[in-house]
Design a protein around this ligand. Structure first.
Ligand SMILES: CC(C)(COP(=O)(O)OP(=O)(O)OC[C@H]1O[C@@H](n2cnc3c(N)ncnc32)[C@H](O)[C@@H]1OP(=O)(O)O)[C@@H](O)C(=O)NCCC(=O)NCCS
Length: 154
């Protein structure tokens, strides 16, 4: 069942995030190269992105609940000026992947963004995330750019 996010869900969403993004996170790549920075590990940094999503637009977060257990979520952003909405984060627990929940979450988010008056929806993924080249085009997204991320010590 897909339902709207409630604030009590946040801790579980943070946990799902660190499980799901292990192999597909810029923060994890940075840690692999430079180690933990200033006592804040990649998991804490990545979880803070979900905190940001929950602060920015809690109304636009949807979760998958199976037998009372949260197993996935999607977050969104609205911009009434540009009319381009965003999907910053999406994850489904590995035990529940490949059952169509990811697709349902994207469909739910797209319907929400459209209802909110957005004309386009943006989503980003890493080249190392093989899903990007399959899943998102299948969901109707067109690739418009590739970005490269750099970091250096100071
Ligand atoms: C992306 C994610 C949310 C998809 O969730 P899901 O519930 O497995 O998605 P679905 O079952 O709806 O599958 C959607 C499509 O994704 C692709 N896909 C999903 N898992 C895949 C895998 N292991 N290998 C190849 N393709 C895969 C397939 O095209 C699939 O469609 P199909 O089953 O009809 O072939 C999930 O894989 C995940 O949490 N990944 C880690 C976090 C992440 O990458 N988030 C997105 C960051 S941009």
């Amino acid at each position: 069942m897909i339902r709207k996010y409630q604030p009590l869900d946040l801790e579980t969403l943070r946990q799902i995030t660190v499980i799901c993004f292990e192999g597909v996170s810029i923060d994890k790549n940075i840690e692999d190269r430079f180690g933990v920075i200033s006592g804040v590990d990649w998991k804490q940094r990545k979880m803070s992105h979900i905190d940001d999503d929950a602060k920015a637009n809690p109304e636009g977060i949807f979760v998958v609940e199976i037998d009372g257990e949260l197993v996935g979520y999607i977050t969104t952003r609205i911009n009434h000026w540009t009319k381009i909405g965003g999907i910053p984060n999406l994850a489904v627990h590995p035990k529940f992947q490949r059952r169509g929940f990811g697709k349902q979450l994207i469909e739910t988010a797209l319907a929400y963004l459209e209802e909110a008056g957005m004309l386009y929806a943006r989503i980003e993924t890493l080249e190392q995330n093989q899903l990007g080249s399959t899943f998102y085009p299948k969901m109707g997204f067109d690739e418009v750019a590739r970005q490269v991320h750099y970091i250096r010590p100071l």
